[in-house]
Design a protein. Sequence first.
Length: 476
Amino acid sequence: MVGDPCGSRWYGVSCDARKRNVTRLILSANNLNGLIPSTIHRMTALTILDFSSNLGLSSFPSQIGLLTSLMALDLSRCSFEGTIPSQIYNLHHVTIFDLSNNKFSGTIPTQIGGLTSVQYLGLASNNLFGPIPETISQLASLETLVFGMNELNGTIPESVSQLGNLNNIYLPNNQLTGKLPSNIGNLVKLTFLDVSRNSLDGELPSSIGSLSALDTMVLHTNQIPGTIPETIGNLRSLKILHLEFNKLSGTIPPIGSMVSLTLIDLSVNELTGTFPETATAIPSLGYLAISANKLSGTIPTTIGELKLLTELGISENQLIGTLPTQLGNLISLNSLAVANNELNGTIPSVLGYLHTLRMLFLNNNQFTGTIPSSFSNLTNLYVFNVFGNKLCGGCFPIPPTSGLSCNVTNIEFECNCPFSPCGGVKCVSHPCASSQNLLVIVLPSVLGPLGFLLILVGLIVLCKNKNDPEAQPLNT
C-alpha cells in the first residue's frame, strides 16, 4: 500500500490531530501474513498496536521494544515462534500486553518487571517454561495475570501477594508446585483464581478466607493435602468452588455462610465425616458434588431445601440409611448419583415426579422392594442404573416418549409381562433374593437399531429358556 496513511484514511490506521503521526494500528483478524517490518519502530507516536488473530504472522521484530509511547500491545492468536525479545519488556507505558496463543518458547525473563504500568499481562497458551520471576512483584498496577497453558514450573512467588490491584489470576495447565502464597489473603480485590491442573502439593493457607471479593476459585486436579481451612466459610461472595481431584482430608468445614455459592465440587479427595448439612442452607446452590470421598452417616432431610439444585453427586462414599423423600422437592434436578454407598430401604416413589431428571445412578447399594411405577413419568430420563441392589419383582413401564433403549443382562426374569425396548413394559428381577439386579438405560446412539434387535432377541431367548423345563438354568 502506497500513500499517506493519515491523509488517505487507511483502514485500521489512526493519526494524531495534525494528521502527521500514526498513533494507532488496529488490524486484528485481517488475514495478515509474513513479517512485521523491523522499521515499525519509526512510528514513534504509536500508542496502540493490535495485530491479533492473524495466524499468518510469524516474525516478531525486537524493534517493537523501541515504541516507547506504546500503551497497548496485542499480538495474541498469531503464529509467532522463538523466544520473546527481552527489549519488549522496556515498554514502561504499556497497560495491555498480550502475547497469548502463539508458539513462543523459552523462559519468562526477570526483565518482565520493567512493564511497570501494565494492567493486563497475557502470555497464556505458549510453550514457555521455567519459573515465574520474582520481579513480577514490581508490577504494582497489574490487575489480570494470564499465564495458563504453558509449561511453567517452580512455585508461585510469595511476592504475588504484594500485588494489591490483582483482580484475576489465571495459571492453569502448568507444572507449578508448592502452595499458594501464604499471604494471598492480602489480595482483597481478587475475584478470579484458577491454578487448576498443576502439581501444587502444599496445604491451603488459612489467609484464603480473607479474599472477600473472590467470585471463582478453581484449584482442582492438583495434589493439595491437608484440611480445607475453616476460614473458607468467610467467602460470602464466592459463587464457584472447584477443589476436586486433590488429596484433601478431614471434615468439610461449615459452609452455610457462603450464601452466594452456586457450585461446589469436592469430589475425589479423602474427606471424612458426614454429609455437609450446612450446604443445604445455601439457597442459590445448583451443583453439589462430593463423590469419591470417605463420608459416612445419612443424607439429611434438609437436602430438600435446595430447590435450585440441578446436579447432586454423592456416589462412592460410605453413606447409610434411606433416600429421604425430600429429594422429591428438587424439581430442577437433572442428575442424581448415589451409587456405591450402603443405602437401604425402598426407592422413594417421589423420584418419579422429578420431570427434569436425565441421569439416575442408584447402583451398588442395598435397596429393596420394586422400582416405583411413578418412574414411568420420567420422560427425560436417558441413563438409569440400579445394578447391585436387592430389588424384587414388578414391572417398570418405560415412558413411550423418552426414546430410550434398554440393556438388560445378568438377571432372572419372570416373563409375565410384555417387553418392548421402545416404550413398552420392562420386567425387573425376581425373586428378591437375587443380588445381581441390573437395569441400565443408555443413549440410543450407543446401541443403535442393531443393539435394539439383539436385546429383543436375547430377551425372547431368555424368556423361552425360563419357561422351557428342559432348558438349561440361567445360573450355572
